[in-house]
Design a protein. Structure first.
Length: 348
């Protein structure tokens, strides 16, 4: 089992500055490297304080100079918001800057809020068309001269400048949920990243099953890597300490729902979380269910959960650090994971 850190700069109010959350992101990433994590992943989101990353590239380029071994993952680039030449060139430049540590994840996108602002209001569900055209075009540009005449993009003979250091290409990942996305990823020879969001381990098992089905449909393809992304909070042996993490993640997902519904007009990049009263009758927001479904527990409990994912066939567990907790709590949770969980998965 490999481990990675998934992280954004996040703000839920004005109590911390952008500079503070930037410095916190860098510190947590350096902790992950020192703790033996394979990769730090940073996604792409626009016009929302909730997950601040209008482009993962500047953050990852900065981290390249602050680290030496951890791999740097764009997780993920939203295909409809980019041009293939820009993806190829910026990812390759990050690979040069980091001396061959770049990994790129691509996704179709999810928030209609972002599509209304970045893609002229196109339905977010149509983003898969861009994703399917983007992947082979970027790969071809990394190899040399290539002209593209697709349904979405058309451009004359071009190449990626610079070229990536990793050959034949840097690792590519696809964020997959439905069977068609899994099938496209496997057929394209891409690694797969999945997240059950706030659902339980039955959803993880279902996502792994979709991955395995896609593998069986493409016996000609070597098995790629499978990563599961999970909100994680590790705490000491106190009976009710788990509630700290559960309450924070309730706030995170209620804010997620506020953005996903796309019914509020943001005020300077903030929207209100869905109220506790509104979700009181919804079992997924019950604190006991959040405790059960998300990876919240003592080191021993978290080890057992990760061992279950390992037995399912998951290759990489990504510690999702965005959770609305204060920085000190985030840091303590990550440190406990590094000190007491990761060693359980090291070879004897």
């Amino acid at each position: 089992m490999k481990f990675s850190l998934f992280i954004h700069m996040e703000r839920f109010d004005e109590s911390v500055s952008h500079r503070e959350v930037f410095e916190q992101l860098a510190e947590l990433s350096q902790m992950a490297e020192a703790g033996g994590f394979r990769t730090v992943w940073i996604g792409e989101h626009h016009a929302m304080e909730y997950t601040i990353s209008p482009s993962p590239m500047p953050l990852l380029a900065y981290l390249a100079g602050q680290t030496s071994t951890i791999r740097l993952g764009a997780g993920t680039i939203i295909a409809p918001f980019w041009h293939p030449l820009r993806v190829a060139g910026e990812c390759a430049l990050l690979d040069v800057i980091s001396n061959g540590r770049m990994e790129v994840g691509l996704a179709r996108g999810a928030y209609q809020f972002e599509f209304d602002r970045m893609a002229g209001g196109m339905p977010a569900s149509d983003g898969g068309l861009h994703l399917r055209e983007m992947v082979p075009a970027v790969r071809a540009l990394w190899q040399g001269d290539y002209a593209h005449q697709g349904d979405i993009w058309q451009f004359p003979t071009s190449t990626s400048v610079p070229r990536p250091l990793q050959q034949p290409t840097p690792p590519m990942w696809i964020a997959a949920r439905d069977p068609n996305s899994h099938d496209f990823a496997i057929a394209s020879g891409c690694n797969v990243m999945v997240t059950p969001l706030m659902k339980g381990d039955e959803e993880v098992a279902d996502l792994v099953s979709k991955f395995e089905t896609a593998l069986s449909n493409h016996p000609e393809v070597a098995r790629p890597q499978l990563m599961v992304l999970r909100h994680t909070f590790v705490h000491e042996h106190h009976d009710d300490e788990w509630q700290v993490g559960a309450r924070a993640m309730s706030r995170f997902y209620r804010t997620f729902e506020g953005w996903f519904r796309n019914k509020q007009t943001p005020v300077n990049g903030f929207v209100d979380a869905i109220s506790l009263e509104e979700v009181a009758a919804r079992p997924e927001y019950d604190l006991d269910n959040l405790h059960r479904n998300l990876v919240i527990g003592t080191p021993e409990e978290v080890i057992a959960r990760v061992r279950y994912y390992e037995a399912l066939g998951v290759d990489e567990f990504s510690f999702w650090c965005d959770n609305s907790l204060p920085f000190a709590e985030k840091k303590r949770s990550l440190q406990l994971f590094i000190e007491q969980v990761v060693p359980a998965f090291r070879p004897s």
